[in-house]
Design a protein around this ligand. Structure first.
Ligand code: OSB
Ligand code: MG
Length: 379
């Protein structure tokens, strides 16, 4: 690993906060709601050298977690960037410590850190993948499939993704949409396709026996069946279900990962940089899981090419031994805001080359989908 602390520091001049409106190619329904378009906050670190870009994964509404895009922008401008030095040298590795006094708001912090990190890496000619310790230049690609109106719709959508070459399917589930859709997908496409489910907290502690009925389908894992604050409940469910339990929402830090593992709440962890406050904490989660023999995989939050490229760098670390939600750009977007969107080849996605995140912004298209732009401090 190219040591981040050894890179030359950069000098920040300020930040640009840009909101972008992008329709999804198809509605994405989970147990907590349906998204048809995203209102995305992009953070641009303005420096003496190359600019850096970070993508905030907060949703339009506070449904996945308590964060949402308006709040993320507000806390970023009023409470977070005010803690960072403007005009004097800074290292990306120091950002999390400087933002630490502010409670939570991890998606907002993560986007700011990502922008500073991208800028510092570009200034030093180092890729994010190299900086994080990536050991692959491409990774297998899984796709997350939302809850559909009908089973027939689900079969045709999953069939399309299998035709595209995706090597793993994740089905969103909720009470009333679980045993039947999973059973139909297994019967239609066979026992060989790697299949897993994600409940996004939709079940209760009483649902152990019901969830155990999913065991017959040979799933890779069941993701986040219970509310995020019920780690002990997940341990209770894990005793009743043979399929490995995986946590997403509950794992907000390396500390939370250690706690969940020690309490027997999960055998697998989904890592999302935004959920844990940035790519550096995400790498720390990877490390604590690796030390404890817990495999991890890279989650997604319907990112554009900026966030997706950074996710790929993370997903190339050695303990990412389970296929992640690292689908191609066209899974969500008709047109991406980067010049070389992630494409699927042979069931895999390739890490971009170059320094920082490796992507180039499609500035004309980005302008055309920008709904607001704020620069702080004002020039
Ligand atoms: O739970 O993994 C999740 C999207 C929004 C909020 C939560 C989740 C998801 C996904 C998307 O499953 C996966 C992707 O971005 O490819
Ligand atoms: Mg999830």
């Amino acid at each position: 690993m190219s040591r981040l602390a050894d890179l030359s520091p950069i000098v920040l001049r300020g930040f640009e906060f840009r909101r972008v409106a992008l329709p999804l190619v198809s509605p994405f329904r989970t147990s907590f709601g349906t998204e048809t378009a995203r209102d995305i906050l992009l953070v641009r670190a303005l420096t003496d050298g190359p600019d850096g870009w970070g993508e905030c994964v907060a949703g339009n509404d506070p449904l996945y977690s308590n964060e949402y895009v308006d709040a993320a922008q507000h806390v970023s401008i009023n409470h977070l960037i005010t803690r960072l030095p403007i005009g004097t040298p800074i290292h990306a590795v120091d950002v999390a410590r400087l933002l630490e006094p502010v409670k939570d708001h991890r998606m907002a912090k993560g986007a700011i850190e990502a922008a500073v990190l991208d800028a510092q890496l570009r200034a030093n000619g180092v890729s994010l993948a190299a900086a994080l310790g990536a050991v692959h230049d491409r990774v297998p690609s899984g796709v997350s499939v939302g809850i559909m109106d009908t089973i027939d719709d689900l079969v045709s959508v999953v069939g399309g993704y299998l035709d595209d070459g995706y090597v793993r399917i994740k089905l969103k589930i909720e009470p009333g949409w679980d045993l039947e859709p999973v059973g139909v997908i297994r019967r239609t496409f066979g026992d060989a396709i790697p299949l897993q489910v994600d409940a996004n907290t939709a079940y209760t502690r009483d649902d152990g026996p019901h969830l155990a009925r999913l065991d017959q389908f040979g799933l890779l894992l069941i993701e986040q069946p219970l509310p995020e604050d019920d780690v002990t409940g997940h341990a209770l469910i894990a005793q009743q279900v043979a399929t490995p339990i995986c946590l997403d929402e509950s794992i907000v830090s390396a500390r939370a990962a250690i706690d969940a593992i020690e309490r027997g709440a999960c055998r697998i962890i989904n890592i999302k940089a935004g959920r844990v406050g940035g790519y550096l904490e995400a790498a720390a989660v990877h490390d604590v899981c690796r030390e404890r023999g817990v495999p991890v995989w890279c989650g997604g939050m319907l990112e554009t090419g900026i966030g997706r490229a950074m996710n790929l760098a993370l997903a190339a670390l050695p303990n990412f031994t389970i296929t992640g939600d690292v689908s191609a750009s066209e899974r969500f977007w008709r047109r991406d805001i980067v010049t070389e969107p992630v494409r699927l080849h042979d069931g895999h996605v390739t890490l971009p080359g170059g320094s920082g995140s490796g992507v180039s912004i499609d500035h004309d298209f980005l302008e055309s989908v920008t709904t607001s732009r704020v620069v702080v401090p004002q020039g």
